[in-house]
Design a protein around this ligand. Structure first.
Ligand SMILES: [Zn+2]
Length: 262
């Protein structure tokens, strides 16, 4: 599921391929993806305009197409972007295709159909209406401390709550907690200042490193949890068997030896 690092990678991909070209057509192949806009309206509003720049907040990508006109992309479970070459065939699971004057197309691909596309006039208003928390990479330590330290519940559930901190999903939450050597069910209220600082540093490190590696799971350090998580997986730090448990409604993987409950 695309989390902050994946969406940031899509943003950089879009920025390097699809900006400043006149949009000549918008082909919606599957309308489930459209939220609060019809296929006809989407095409009418975008045709003749250009994608000017983009902004990411949490797992949402906003692409500016004019004053008070943003295209919002959410990648759901399996969404991705593909900039197609001139003669390249259309991928089977492309749901929306944006055609440009240079005969290239940007495909919003989404196999499992949980993605979302919407037109937004005011970014701040959207973020407020959704009550999205600050972006996980924009947040300062004092803000992080106030959010995590003042909420009750499992620390993992807090990391996953988009209304508290936006961008972290199940896989990277487990990775962050592994790096911080914290059990995912640790009660957030019990964390000391030092624990919170460690968790904050782990959050930044994991997200930034994943972005630097363009979220290519084959290139992630072997010392990370991600290449090992799953049945028969062993902790890359101590070699013991990893455990799973449902925490915050999601399957968490962790090392019961290295990640103690505080
Ligand atoms: Zn271990």
């Amino acid at each position: 599921m695309p989390e902050l690092p994946e969406v940031e990678t899509f943003k950089r991909y879009l920025d390097s391929t699809s900006l400043h070209q006149r949009i000549t057509n918008v082909d919606v192949r599957d309308v489930y993806v459209l939220k609060r806009v019809s296929a006809r309206e989407l095409a009418r509003r975008l045709k003749g305009r250009r994608f000017e720049n983009s902004h990411r907040h949490g797992k949402h990508l906003f692409v500016r197409a004019g004053d008070e006109l943003w295209l919002r992309l959410h990648f759901g479970m399996t969404g991705s972007l593909q900039y197609l070459k001139r003669d390249e065939g259309t991928p089977k699971t492309a749901r929306v295709l944006f055609s440009f004057a240079n005969n290239r197309r940007l495909a919003f691909d989404d196999q499992r159909k949980f993605g979302e596309i919407e037109l937004v006039t005011d970014l701040d208003e959207f973020l407020q209406t959704r009550r999205l928390g600050p972006d996980a990479l924009e947040i300062s330590f004092p803000e992080f401390k106030a959010i995590v330290g003042n909420h009750r519940g499992a620390v993992k559930a807090i990391l996953l709550n988009q209304q508290l901190i936006a961008g972290i999903g199940n896989l990277y939450a487990d990775e962050i907690l592994f790096r911080a050597r914290m059990h995912p069910a640790t009660e957030a209220g019990r964390l000391s200042d030092k624990d919170l600082r460690q968790l904050f540093r782990a959050t930044r490190h994991v997200l930034e490193k994943a972005i630097a590696l363009k979220t290519d799971f084959n290139r992630l350090p072997k010392s990370w949890l991600l290449p090992h998580r799953g049945k028969r997986g062993r902790c890359p730090r101590c070699g013991r068997a990893l455990k799973s448990a449902t925490i915050g409604g999601r399957t968490s993987w962790f090392c019961p030896y290295c990640q103690k409950r505080i």
